[in-house]
Design a protein around this ligand. Structure first.
Ligand code: 13P
Length: 252
């Protein structure tokens, strides 16, 4: 049995006062339940406050990115040790917006994934194809390539702290969701790829989240797919009522 995860990627949204409000709203609304792990990923500047406010509540705090170096002359960047020192043990890596707007390549992501493993951080690793890849029937190849280039150099034990998020780029922020069967098909493919590389036992334990226009209205149907272990939520995670409804949809 894989425990479901509902993670909110706040992206570049919420000032500190707005973040505090949203976290307090979540604390008053969310009913913790063993069947779902909840994670939120505010922006860097709001992380210390988020950790402090959630110290007494079972919502984990994640960063949205980090650098692969330990320290040094990388103006504007944040290291794993900096995150860990403020109590952040989880990081989203390889989001399609990082790949598209900040030129994160598979090589960079391999270094970042390796650093997350070395520092024993939970790595929510994102993969997903562009619309033209899907139209050309190349979506499985694209996702397989992203996985193998960035993650498959890691040893088996690294997967204790790896969560994979399948986010088809054409479904992010567009209102266009993958159908439950499109999501299931890709999640099954990802699990089979893990099984071929690391064995079936490992593959059966890795959580694979779906991301891309998940809303209260479509969450339950997507989460009901056998290889979908929850969601990585963008827009709908910025509203406590909607995010809580999605958490409710993941409960079993
Ligand atoms: P939306 O839920 O806004 O489509 O964003 C998904 C996403 O990119 C989460 O990381």
């Amino acid at each position: 049995m894989r425990t479901k995860i509902v993670a909110g990627n706040w992206k570049m949204n919420k000032t500190l006062p707005e973040a505090i409000q949203l976290i307090n709203d979540l604390k008053s609304m969310v009913k913790p339940d063993k069947s779902v792990e909840v994670i939120i990923a505010p922006s860097y500047v709001n992380l210390p406050k988020a950790v402090e406010l959630l110290n007494d509540f079972p919502i984990k705090v994640s960063a949205q990115n980090m650098h692969f170096a330990d320290h040094g002359a990388y103006t504007g960047e944040v290291s794993a040790d900096m995150l860990k020192a403020i109590g952040v043990e989880t990081v989203i890596l390889g989001h399609s917006e990082r790949r598209a707007y900040f030129n994160e390549t598979d090589d960079i992501l391999q270094n970042k994934a390796h650093k997350a493993y070395e520092k024993q951080m939970t790595n929510i690793f994102c993969v997903g194809e562009q619309l033209e890849d899907r139209q050309a029937g190349k979506h499985f190849d694209v996702v397989k390539n992203q996985l193998s280039k960035a993650l498959f150099a890691l040893p088996l034990q690294a997967y204790k702290k790896i969560i994979i998020a399948y986010e088809p780029v054409w479904a992010i922020g567009t209102g266009e969701t993958a159908t439950p069967s499109q999501a299931q098909e890709m999640h099954h493919f990802i699990r089979e790829s893990l099984a071929k590389k690391y064995g079936r036992e490992l593959a059966s334990h890795v959580r694979i989240l779906y991301g891309g226009s998940v809303k209260p209205a479509n969450a339950a149907e997507i989460f009901a797919q056998p290889d979908v272990d929850g969601g990585l939520i963008g827009g709908a995670s910025l509203n406590a009522k909607d995010f809580n409804a999605i958490i409710e949809a993941a409960k079993s």
